[in-house]
Ligand binder design. Structure first.
Ligand SMILES: Cc1cc2nc3c(=O)[nH]c(=O)nc-3n(C[C@H](O)[C@H](O)[C@H](O)COP(=O)(O)OP(=O)(O)OC[C@H]3O[C@@H](n4cnc5c(N)ncnc54)[C@H](O)[C@@H]3O)c2cc1C
Length: 386
């Protein structure tokens, strides 16, 4: 079912039309098999790039699309509805461009952004480590000032875990320790993937989203120049958190896409499947379940859109982004589980997509801050604690 959307500009309407077309013709038909084969669809990201979709919320002077978040997120939702690996991939790429776009010097922006936003390159965001996940400021990858590195730069030593696009990305937005312990010792570096010493392990074998590679990325004596530094030394953690405020809105949009796909599949099936002499949708127990699913999907979409509009208006939106991520991803989990229930025994097979939606929804409750961490963010905003 095509979602009725209100977009702020005619340009946004045209963009969504293009994305729907692309999602329906090029992306959705490949999702089930791509997941079975665990093959990363790099060609689809080239297609998104050549369609101008890989830099949407960034300025056009650097090759971006100049779109408000309200529009960009609905693009993410449409793509995630067709194939989560693609919608989430777009969201992660956008996240990985954020530090340079928001905190890079004018020289760095001029040098890096056109290729990052123009569609040719794919990015990855490297914050998590094996021993620092939720407590990301405890990270231990080190970038040591090294006069022998090119242009008086740094030598990086360490490993990042769980990196989406690990091994497939063209550049890594890396958070590493240049100073002492804690958040204030962390800096952000831009590392091209072909820098000597950068290597990725084999992708993790995951419950779902198998076509999106998630891997450990190792930095073994990696030398980067001083101008790989994004922002000031020591400002990396606040850049990382600020990027995640926006990134969480992308995850909320992905969750709404998955939930909408599960709802659509459940409604279609419930209209066709007959038991006790009538369509199962006509049994009140089931139609109430569908009604609850639809209500939660709609509420989730409005929540992320409200947060996006705050962001677009230049107002604080971090708490609202955490609420949207929390509510939309819990909704995706509930709605996709209910969709399996609507399909009965058939829902538990790989012959229908709903079991895949259920497996995909789970990861959205974990990435870019688990939903326990989102509750911490919201709770602290209520009590004023930091
Ligand atoms: C498919 C996938 C893709 C990912 N992609 C990326 C990526 O591209 N880049 C990146 O940097 N990371 C990525 N991650 C990592 C992800 O962000 C982390 O998995 C997540 O932040 C949780 O960290 P952890 O796995 O170490 O869990 P832990 O932090 O060990 O948490 C374990 C459990 O304890 C709970 N917990 C922890 N602390 C608290 C607390 N204070 N209060 C209450 N509960 C708490 C958590 O909510 C969780 O339930 C990805 C992960 C997955 C699975």
């Amino acid at each position: 079912m095509a979602v009725e959307r209100t977009l702020p500009t005619p340009e946004g309407e045209d963009l969504l039309g293009l994305v729907r077309d692309l999602a329906g013709k090029e992306i959705a038909p490949r999702a089930a098999e791509g997941e079975e084969r665990a093959e990363f669809p790099r060609d689809l990201f080239r297609l998104l790039g050549s369609s101008g979709l890989l830099g949407l919320p960034y300025p056009s002077e650097y090759g971006g699309g100049d779109q408000p978040y309200e529009v960009y997120l609905q693009v993410v939702e449409e793509l995630a509805s067709a194939w989560l690996a693609v919608g989430l991939g777009l969201s992660v790429h956008t996240l990985s461009c954020y530090p340079v776009a928001s905190s890079g010097s004018p020289e760095l922006k001029d040098r890096l952004l056109p290729d990052m936003l123009g569609g040719g390159l794919l990015g990855a965001y490297c914050l998590s480590e094996a021993h620092s996940g939720s407590d990301a400021s405890a990270l231990s990858t080190r970038a040591v000032a090294d006069p022998s590195a090119p242009a008086d730069g740094y030598t990086v030593e360490g490993a990042k875990s769980w990196i989406t696009h690990g091994g497939a990305a063209d550049f890594y937005t890396l958070f590493a320790r240049t100073g002492g312990p804690g958040a204030s010792g962390i800096s952000c570096l831009h590392v091209p993937a072909d820098t000597p010493g950068v290597a990725a392990d084999a992708p993790e074998r995951k419950m779902g989203m198998s076509a999106s590679p998630t891997a450990v990325v190792r930095f073994d004596g990696v030398r980067v120049p001083a101008d790989a530094l994004v922002g000031e030394e020591g400002s990396g953690f606040s850049i990382a958190l600020s990027a995640l405020d926006s990134g969480r809105l992308g995850i909320a949009a992905c969750a709404v896409g998955v939930a909408q796909a599960a709802l659509d599949a459940a409604v279609e099936y419930a209209k066709e499947r007959r038991q006790f002499g009538r369509a199962i949708a006509e049994h009140q127990g089931l139609s109430f379940m569908l009604a609850d699913m639809a209500t939660k999907v709609e509420a989730s979409r409005e929540l992320y859109l409200a947060a996006a509009r705050r962001r677009d208006a230049g107002r604080p939106f971090g708490t609202q982004a955490a609420m949207a991520k929390l509510f939309a991803t819990d909704t995706a989990m509930q709605v996709s589980t209910d969709a399996v229930q609507v399909f009965g025994g058939y829902g538990y097979t790989r012959d229908f997509p709903v079991e895949r939606y259920m497996r995909e929804a789970k990861v959205l409750q974990i990435v870019e801050g688990t939903n326990q961490i989102q509750r911490m963010v919201v709770g602290r905003s209520l009590t004023g604690d930091r």
